[in-house]
Design a protein around this ligand. Structure first.
Ligand SMILES: Cc1cc2nc3c(=O)[nH]c(=O)nc-3n(C[C@H](O)[C@H](O)[C@H](O)COP(=O)(O)OP(=O)(O)OC[C@H]3O[C@@H](n4cnc5c(N)ncnc54)[C@H](O)[C@@H]3O)c2cc1C
Length: 499
């Protein structure tokens, strides 16, 4: 008899699980809280502009790599060209531009021009990134399903990366930056994360995949990518129920029997996959009765296991952005916006000149992302309780950003229109993201990365899937864990997994 799988959440993990469930002979349905699927991998239209809300870089765009193959299997990149930006970002420091070029030789040479006396530190930085260029996120079997031979092979494949991981996961970003003498290089590296316990890994792995051409940007953006996965899922016979928030589960013994949704419908199944926020599953749906100590420990200790979110501002500009790097981080004076309890000192601006459909002709869409950490996440949680004040604060932030842009780019004066300000609470409202966090727990010096199978002790037929199961979170982890969940289900059902 065909087994029925009910998937809670239609983000990238839920879609991945749904696609592989259909491919393996299960009958599945995805229940999604929002009107459209994609979860945090999305974008939204404001006035005549499209604000891309997610992909700044997607790991797995390089043809011929295992991760690219997996993205292809779920239809995410079907018929899509990949845009390869020249630079990961450009950082401004007192008239100097520090470029994080895709071309690693170019990066090295441009940094040497800025600071010849940092030759040794630049060489070391270059060498580490060079080694990381060949790192492939494992996408085959999850470790818990590997036999001894496969585990040995897997460990062997990590032999070059292991020592780098060990060394740099114990080095803070500030320590890495302090190896450089030139203040511009130091500031550029430091700007990746606020002062604190954040490990140097936060900069090295992204630059490794970027300069190794493994990560880039699919044309069409985030929403289009998610919708291609929806098409793939539907074409395989999958079913979708949107505007359908799962509110409660009926559990008998060790099995979930059915679940009830905000639209009054209930759904029964043989298996349930919670491809949603971990906190939603453990606290709201399981009422704290099946808490997992691995997650508890992390949620209870945000200093060691920080969560991060964003203020994400969309601005329309009546003009074009030629000569401005795609992503530019520039200094700002006295901006009254907090980040990790300190005033924001830099703004990160991205434009989408390469996407002709994102703005009317002769205009540009600009987004600005300001990371938010624990102190701000709590403050936003409080503020949202007063709707008027919350809206006013978002408007105020929008005005502050426009003011800062006009100071940095005087020719933009009176040509900027505030389109949208998303706060951490926006991600909470639309995606049920706990405190707005969208990347799992951030790597720190004292925190240990969590790798989890998603199994829930005490329950047989419901599992967690998605970005919370593996560091560092993000779209590849959502994709991989969705697939892994179905691999484990196939094992339980004694079905040979087929992709
Ligand atoms: C501004 C921003 C920029 C980002 N940039 C990048 C990037 O450049 N590269 C990258 O790799 N990653 C990036 N990410 C992270 C990436 O978007 C996420 O890691 C990924 O989308 C998570 O996918 P997921 O399926 O695990 O979770 P989600 O996307 O959170 O999906 C969960 C889904 O479950 C639904 N849901 C929740 N509760 C319920 C319920 N009770 N009933 C029904 N449905 C429910 C939600 O609405 C949501 O659709 C970014 C995220 C943001 C916000």
């Amino acid at each position: 008899m065909i087994k029925r799988v009910v998937i809670i959440g239609g983000g990238i993990a839920g879609l991945s699980a749904g696609i592989f469930a259909q491919k393996n002979g299960f009958e599945s349905i995805i229940l999604e809280k929002h009107q459209i699927l994609g979860g945090e991998c999305t974008g939204w239209d404001r006035k005549s502009y499209h604000i891309d809300g997610c992909i700044h870089w997607l790991v797995g765009t390089k043809e011929g790599t295992p991760l690219r193959h997996l993205w292809d299997l779920v239809g995410a990149l079907d018929g899509v060209e990949i845009y390869q930006p020249e630079s990961f970002l450009a950082f401004e420091y007192q008239g100097i531009i520090v470029n994080f070029y895709r071309d690693l030789e170019g990066l090295k040479n441009s940094w040497l021009e800025i600071s010849p006396e940092d030759k040794q530190a630049i060489e070391n930085f270059y060498n580490v990134i060079k080694k990381l260029q060949s790192f492939q996120i494992p996408v085959g079997k999850p470790i818990d399903m590997m036999n001894l031979k496969e585990k040995i092979k897997y460990l062997f494949s990590m032999k070059d990366i292991g020592p780098i991981m060990q060394k740099y996961s114990k080095l803070s970003l500030q320590e890495l930056a302090s190896k450089f003498k030139h203040p511009a290089l130091r500031a550029a590296i430091n700007s990746f994360m606020p002062e604190g316990d954040f490990s140097a890994i936060s900069i090295l792995f992204p630059l490794g995949t970027f300069t190794g051409n493994q990560s880039s940007i699919p044309y069409g953006g985030s929403r289009a990518l998610a919708l291609r996965m929806v098409d793939k899922y539907l074409s395989l016979g999958g079913k979708v129920e949107s505007s359908c928030e799962v509110r409660s589960l009926t559990i008998e013994g060790k099995d979930v029997k059915n679940l009830k949704c905000s639209n009054g419908k209930s759904f029964s199944g043989d298996y349930f996959i919670a491809a949603c926020d971990a906190k939603v599953l453990y606290k709201r749906l399981l009422n704290g009765k099946y808490d997992d100590p691995n997650f508890q420990k992390r949620f209870n200790n945000p200093q060691v296991y920080p969560l991060a979110s964003n203020i994400y501002v969309g601005i329309g500009y009546k003009g074009t952005m030629s000569n401005i790097p795609r992503t530019l981080r520039f200094p700002v004076d006295s901006l009254n916006i907090k980040q990790n309890d300190k005033a924001v000192t830099h703004l990160q601006m991205t434009h989408y000149a390469y996407e002709k459909e994102f703005a009317p002709e002769g205009h540009s869409i600009i987004t600005l992302a300001i990371n938010q950490f624990e102190p701000e996440l709590l403050a936003w949680e409080e503020l949202v309780k007063d709707e008027d004040q919350y809206k006013q604060e978002k408007k105020r932030i929008g005005r502050e950003i426009i003011r800062a842009l006009e100071i940095r780019f005087p020719y933009m004066k009176d040509k900027l229109t505030l389109l949208d300000v998303a706060s951490p609470q926006t991600y909470h409202r639309y995606c049920n993201a706990y405190r707005g966090a969208f990347m799992g727990f951030w790597p720190t010096l004292s925190g240990k990365g969590l790798t989890h199978t998603g199994r829930i002790k005490g329950l047989n037929n419901i599992v967690l899937s998605g970005q919370w199961l593996q560091p560092p979170g993000g779209l590849p982890v959502a994709l991989i864990t969705g697939k892994d969940t179905i691999m484990r289900l196939c094992k339980t059902e004694k079905i040979k997994f087929s992709c």
